[in-house]
Design a protein around this ligand. Structure first.
Ligand code: ATP
Length: 214
């Protein structure tokens, strides 16, 4: 069985993630994709409001509902500390069925691979799939060739390019703009119902009005 591990902050999970998971799975004939939300999100942009690990996990479950090949794993959330991918992957391989293992990432992440812990060891464990993402040319991966022994274990996959990012979604919410259709419907419901990513932590006005009327 071919399995793709898809790690991410998923803060929140969005249609860009869903599209690359589906298209990479199809292209590489995978039987399963395991979504692995990070437990302690790296504070790339501390100024924006972020969701808890449990909220992010619930959103992942809502996003994958109805797709029999998509599953989620709490390993990094339950660890309660940051985990390096090179540490997570062997643990997942021990506890899940599978023969051939892939790690799904956007091309932007792969071009930063040298800053990951033990990238060459990780590439021994998994084939790293670099899915195309707007603004990140796959030719930008060329600089890795001279630096990584296992460079040939990086496999680019051309996916439909969708310019959606979690940062952009959080920004739109802070600006009071719609994020409908940028995230799966179930994720949209969780975000508006729980008032996630709002500066005041309150639910959107429309949601409150709807509840008042019902
Ligand atoms: P943020 O904006 O907070 O940095 P993000 O949208 O990049 O978040 P992550 O959860 O960090 O989302 O992404 C998980 C993985 O999905 C990463 O490997 C990232 O490159 C990839 N990814 C995210 N959005 C897209 C997209 N629109 N197209 C292709 N790959 C994507």
């Amino acid at each position: 069985m071919r399995v793709g591990i898809f790690g991410g902050t998923f803060d929140p999970i969005h249609m860009g993630h869903m599209i690359i998971a589906e298209q990479v799975m199809d292209e590489l004939d995978m039987q399963r994709v395991v979504f692995v939300p990070t437990g302690v999100p790296p504070h790339k942009d501390a100024s924006s409001v972020r969701a808890s690990a449990e909220d992010r996990y619930d959103m992942v479950l809502a996003a994958i509902a109805g797709n029999g090949r998509f599953v989620a794993d709490r390993i990094e959330i339950d660890a309660g500390r940051p985990m390096h991918t090179v540490e997570t992957v062997p643990l997942l391989k021990e506890r899940l069925p599978g023969e051939e293992w892939f790690f799904i990432t956007g091309a932007d992440e792969v071009s930063n691979l040298l800053s990951w812990k033990d990238p060459d060891r990780l590439l021994e464990e998994v084939v790293m799939v670099a899915a195309t993402r707007p603004g990140y040319d796959l030719s930008q991966l060329g600089h890795l060739e001279a630096r990584l022994k296992n460079f040939d274990r990086i496999f680019p996959v051309e996916c439909t390019r969708v310019d959606i990012s979690a940062t952009g979604i959080r920004r739109r919410i802070l600006q009071g703009k719609s994020i409908r259709y940028l995230v799966p419907e179930g994720v949209h419901k969780i975000i508006s119902g729980r008032g996630l990513y709002r500066a005041d932590g309150k639910r959107a006005r429309g949601e409150l009005l709807k509840e008042e009327r019902s």
